[in-house]
Design a protein around this ligand. Structure first.
Ligand SMILES: Nc1nc2c(c(=O)[nH]1)N[C@H]1C(S)=C(S)[C@@H](COP(=O)(O)OP(=O)(O)OC[C@H]3O[C@@H](n4cnc5c(=O)[nH]c(N)nc54)[C@H](O)[C@@H]3O)O[C@H]1N2
Ligand SMILES: Nc1nc2c(c(=O)[nH]1)N[C@H]1C(S)=C(S)[C@@H](COP(=O)(O)OP(=O)(O)OC[C@H]3O[C@@H](n4cnc5c(=O)[nH]c(N)nc54)[C@H](O)[C@@H]3O)O[C@H]1N2
Ligand code: SF4
Ligand SMILES: [Mo]
Length: 712
């Protein structure tokens, strides 16, 4: 029997886990690591199923090649030969933009894909780069990019010291926190209470977090920008604007005052469904708290005014003097800093061909990927590489995208399962299980409520190549080196580049992600190397967050742009919306469950126990009006499509709103996920409308989709 201490790679919380293996290398137990410096023993059901994931007989163990419509297992050589035969001619004939990439969420939790995926994408040089970011947090990158000059400078709630937490559109007791790395959310929220602080939740559903909070405001979906503007309005009207130390680092304070003028609590109350008096009280409590933080997450980003809402969250943090202050919203200082020049944020360096959407942080909205595949002409997308993504379940008008993928000349999926998306590929390249690869949360330590770092070596050897090698093999092919590219040489080249940017000599004692992480640690702020982290299997704690303004700012002015022009340009759209008659038609929002992980962990029996969770939640009054019965089937229709799912009548959900979780719909032919197929649910993104976007960021509206509902 052996035990290993690993960081769980399944969500943003970065929990330390203790994995027990028997002499046959079977995982017999997974529990929280009590000694982990950050998570201190916390674990959730997903982390506990790491063994089930590792041993899942459906997980791919060899490359797959489609021959006459059927997948056959092939050697890696055969797989690369096929790719080398089919991909370069598409680039030669139709140009680089003819190959699109879709990079999914688990790639951000996977050090190999994070560090070497970008090598492949750069070599490919396509404008058609898409990722899960445009169905997630892009508005936050946009607001940080324009306000602070750096799309990655995202302030996080200083959860362990705050006295007042205002949460909008997040359910961290279920999601375990997002853009806020904080294991054991419940313990930390309880800490706020125990200190005499207050938690206020704004959410159309009475979620676990809302139920736990001191106060819950069931807002009408898509109207957070109105509410936030009204809070800003009250602060100015009541002379409660106190930016404190930040005053000397600010531009645009008066512009914000002007912009907020028309958004009075009385004007926005009928939109938001929150009474004007309540809005005033919320603003006063925010201003009066000893310290406070406003935190918005996916309910505020995947909606029609996601960028404005994301911006106003941090405007409020500035106006109340809580940005960059203990107990407020602070900028983490990770042990590994991104290397390279920090240049002021710029968008629209290119535009999508069919609908003309601007590029944002190097990508185009995934909502327009189907357009780019379907519309003939120069620049048409003819090939697609998906890397740890399942867009056929996770992106809007999934039905149309699924069809469109059928038109491609060639498709590669780098994925661990044959699922709703990868079944459409010509070649599937699998990667090792989380226990067979090293792990380091490069992305999430940048978002962590304490400055910590933890390196996890691979627990078990892998029969499959590490995914950084796969990325480099593909890089070799698109760079014209053919299927036999020298991976070690390419890796040396990548490391030399990282070293150069970090101002260091390249090292030769390690390869792959370990070497890159070591270089980044050496260049980082804490005087540690990878060897130090290897000697600390429970992680290293560098302490609570510290103020970082002005050093963190990267705007052209060197100041915080409180009223950045690209965001301000979108305010008239919000004002127009305010002038329209109030629309109280039914809208759809999503929902997460503790035992789901977007679309891809439903093949693990322990996580799908307990009946069908993929229900349509409806308020009792709406159910009565629409003739829906609990357990009966509802037909949900939108401009984009139609689905049917069982009704769950509950007063948890606000009137006028229905909720369906995403990531289900596993009853498709050709996938190899037997457990998921037996617990299929429906694909909620069949009704998500790909034409509805947050305009500046190109992020899809996945919350607040107009729908009609009737008994099926
Ligand atoms: N309606 C609606 N839609 C949504 C959302 C919503 O709230 N509502 N949420 C959105 C959000 S926030 C996100 S992040 C996206 C997620 O969207 P995606 O990233 O497209 O989807 P995932 O479900 O995370 O699927 C990831 C894929 O990665 C594979 N995978 C897992 N681990 C590995 C690995 O180690 N290596 C490789 N190569 N592959 C791996 C899985 O098998 C799966 O195919 O969904 C979005 N879609
Ligand atoms: N268990 C579990 N954990 C996860 C995931 C998972 O699938 N399962 N996915 C991971 C990923 S990729 C991400 S990005 C994070 C997301 O992390 P969170 O943002 O915390 O996730 P959600 O639970 O989707 O919370 C969004 C909340 O917004 C509410 N909402 C919907 N529309 C609106 C609106 O218009 N206004 C307001 N104010 N609220 C609204 C919803 O009711 C919901 O409660 O979770 C991560 N963690
Ligand atoms: S909360 Fe996230 S990191 Fe922690 S055990 Fe669960 S899935 Fe893993
Ligand atoms: Mo996400």
């Amino acid at each position: 029997m052996t035990t290993a201490h690993v960081t769980c790679p399944l969500c943003e919380a970065t929990c330390g886990l203790e994995v027990t293996l028997d002499e046959n290398q079977q995982v017999t137990r997974v529990q929280g690591d009590d000694q982990d410096v950050f998570s201190k023993g916390y674990i959730c059901p997903k982390g506990a199923s790491l063994g089930a994931l590792h041993h899942d007989p459906d997980r791919l163990t060899a490359p797959l090649l489609k021959r006459d419509g059927e997948f056959v297992e092939v050697s890696w050589q055969e797989a690369y030969d096929e790719i080398a035969r089919r991909l370069p001619p598409i680039i030669e004939e139709h140009g680089r933009d003819a190959v699109a990439v879709y990079a999914g969420n688990p790639g951000v939790h996977n050090i190999a894909l994070t560090l070497y995926g970008r090598v492949l994408y750069k070599a490919l040089g396509t404008k058609n780069f898409y990722s899960a970011t445009s169905v997630d947090q892009m508005p936050k990158h946009y607001s940080s990019g324009t306000m602070f000059g750096d799309p990655l400078a995202i302030p996080v709630p200083d959860l362990d010291r705050t006295q007042h937490l205002l949460v909008l559109g997040a359910n961290p007791l279920v999601s375990n926190g997002s853009l806020m790395t904080a294991p054991d959310i419940r313990g930390r929220l309880r800490g706020i209470r125990d200190r005499g602080g207050k938690i206020v939740v704004v959410d159309p559903r009475r979620t676990r977090t809302a139920a736990f909070a001191d106060e819950h405001h069931p807002i009408r979906p898509g109207t957070d920008a109105f509410l936030l503007f009204a809070l800003v309005n009250v602060l100015f009207e009541e002379d409660r604007v106190t930016p404190g130390r930040l005053a000397e680092h600010l531009d645009g304070l008066d512009d914000v005052r002007e912009l907020a003028r028309s958004f009075t609590p009385e004007a926005v109350a009928p939109r938001t469904g929150i009474a004007a008096g309540e809005i005033r009280r919320m603003a006063r409590e925010l201003a009066d708290a000893e310290n406070a933080v406003v935190y918005g997450r996916i309910g505020t980003t995947t909606q029609a005014f996601g960028t404005i809402a994301s911006w106003l969250v941090d405007v409020l943090n500035v106006l109340t003097g809580n940005l960059d202050e203990p107990g407020g919203a602070m900028f983490p200082l990770a042990a590994c800093q991104p290397t390279g020049n920090r240049r002021p944020f710029k968008v629209g360096r290119w535009h999508s061909r069919v609908r003309g959407y601007p590029e944002v942080v190097g990508e185009l909205p995934v909502a327009t990927l189907a357009d780019e595949i379907e519309s003939p002409g120069e620049g048409q997308v003819r090939a697609l590489i998906t890397v740890s993504g399942n867009p056929c379940l996770s992106t809007p008008n999934a039905g149309r995208l699924t069809q469109a993928l059928g038109n491609l000349d060639f498709m590669i999926s780098v994925d661990v399962y044959l699922n709703e998306t990868s079944r459409q590929a010509d070649v599937v390249l699998p990667g090792p299980s989380p226990l067979e690869r090293p792990h380091f949360d490069l992305a999430f330590y940048q978002l962590s409520v304490r400055n910590v770092a933890n390196w996890t070596p691979a627990t078990l050897p892998s029969a499959l190549p590490q995914e950084w090698e796969t990325m480099l093999r593909l890089t070799g092919i698109v760079a014209g080196q053919g299927p036999e590219a020298d991976v070690a040489a390419l890796d040396d080249f990548v490391a030399a580049d990282v070293a150069r940017r970090a101002g260091l000599e390249v090292t030769h004692d390690r390869t792959g992600p370990a070497r890159l992480v070591d270089l980044m640690l050496r260049a980082g702020p804490y005087d540690v190397t990878l060897a130090d982290l290897e000697a600390a299997p429970h992680g290293m704690d560098f302490g609570p967050l510290k103020p970082r303004i002005p050093e963190v700012l990267c705007t052209a002015s060197g100041r915080i742009e409180l009223a950045p022009e690209p965001v301000v340009k979108d305010v008239p759209r919000l004002r127009d919306e305010l002038a329209k008659p109030v629309d109280d038609g039914l809208v759809l929002i999503g929902r997460r469950h503790l035992s789901s992980n977007n679309s891809w962990m439903h093949n693990l029996a322990p996580l799908v126990r307990g009946g069908n969770r993929c229900t349509v939640q409806v308020h009792p009054a709406d159910a009565a009006r629409l003739g829906l019965t609990d357990g009966g089937l509802a037909a949900v229709t939108s401009r984009a499509g139609k689905l049917e799912a069982p009704v769950e009548i509950t007063d948890e959900i606000r009137q006028g709103v229905i909720s369906i979780p995403h990531g289900w719909g596993h009853d498709v032919d050709g996938a190899r996920t037997r457990v998921a197929r037996a617990n299929p649910g429906v694909n909620s993104n069949l009704v998500a409308d790909e034409t509805l976007l947050d305009v500046p960021s190109g992020t899809s509206v996945l919350n607040g989709i107009p729908v009609e509902v009737a008994p099926a």
